[in-house]
Ligand binder design. Sequence first.
Ligand SMILES: [Ca+2]
Ligand SMILES: [Ca+2]
Length: 466
Amino acid sequence: MLSRRAFLLAATLALSACDGAPAPADAAGVDAPGLDVAALDAPNLDAPGLDAAAADAPGPTSDAFVPASEACGPLDPPTGAVVNVDPSMAAALPGLVRDAAAGTTFVLADGTYRMSGDEASRRIRIRAPNVTIRSASGDASRVVIDGEHTTLETITVEASDATIAEITVTHAVDHCIHVYANDGGPTITGFSLHRARVLDCGEQFLKVNPSAARDAFVDDGSVTCSHFEMTDEGRPYVERAVGGCYTGGIDAHMARGWRVAENRFVGIYCAGEGLAEHAVHFWVGSRDTVVERNVIVDCARGIGFGLVEDGPSRRYPDDPYPGLFVGHYDGVIRNNVIVANIPYYDTGIELDQARGALVVHNSIIETDAATASFSSIDTRFDSSLTTVRNNLVRRLTVRAGVSMADHNLEGVPTSYFVDPIHGDAHLTPSATDAIDRGVIDARAGLDLDGESHDHGAAADLGADER
Ligand SMILES: [Ca+2]
Ligand SMILES: [Ca+2]
């Protein structure tokens, strides 16, 4: 069997080089659909040895602005069978979850959970439907599932209606959370990550894969009110294969009907060692994704629909765009705030073979420190057909495909925003070319404050309606 590293490198080399445009976005975005399912039994790579200090619970996270929302309130009390767990039972937790009956809720007392033994005894596998893992306190920072840079994948999900909520998952060698379907099905639906913290994962923090045979998928999931962050302590543990920085926030392949809303993504980049994947990335024929009201601060790339010009994709029975390679079908990206104040930022919203994407009411703020910035919103490749409306950006680009763009403002000064460095993109009174300069769009969604974009004479541009 080809070693995992060799496979990754081969996958990199098999893809064509970029077209010469100033777009480092190509370099690190390579991925191999289904790879990580196959990699479940892969040997541990040459990860750095366990550092006792690094195994401590993560410290306080950044103070990035988060929109207030009733939807981000605590979970309702558990129903059905409840298993109470405390940190003294950590070594038994993977076995308890692996063998759980459908409908079981695991309620975790405060503390840090560290496992022991080999990968099979360290990894928490959700295998039955409707299993929940949550904290008793409801405070994600007080319950930490710690992979200690030793567990390859901290939590995996291969059944429908799993919920992971109000806990912290951290220090996986690869993915902190991996949701996937198995060959022969069924397709997995109803996954929810809610009010969780996912920190310092060696590869993509949340990975979503179809089965290796691509005959079963992971659809209708949601990621809400959660915090994803790479800290300076975690960055040295990033997988360096494939472009030097093989990490990212959410990376979903062939996934349909997901909603990613009201999350924070902070610091997901490598410093001069390659370009990380997006904070939110749906591709390989994903469809109907809704990405809204997220705040993305100092990540290499913000939101991506699609990536490559050609390659594998998901085929849908209704075949909405016959004859075309589609990286992402339809979907909406709205009311997000993307802030870049680092030299490792590349692109805010990337639309590659994205057909039918609507990008509306986003605020993309790039300071002078974002010295490698390519574009705020980029449409690329011939099958792309995008609508870009009512956004505040530094720069819009269309390298190929068709982008119907109207009512966007480029070159927006940071003075338009209340506290842009920390992601607070509320408009200041000086934002005269943003206030009431947009148009009503039926799919505009709600702004940062949960308000509709219809105050005053017209919609405001960006993610805030004053
Ligand atoms: Ca208005
Ligand atoms: Ca508002």
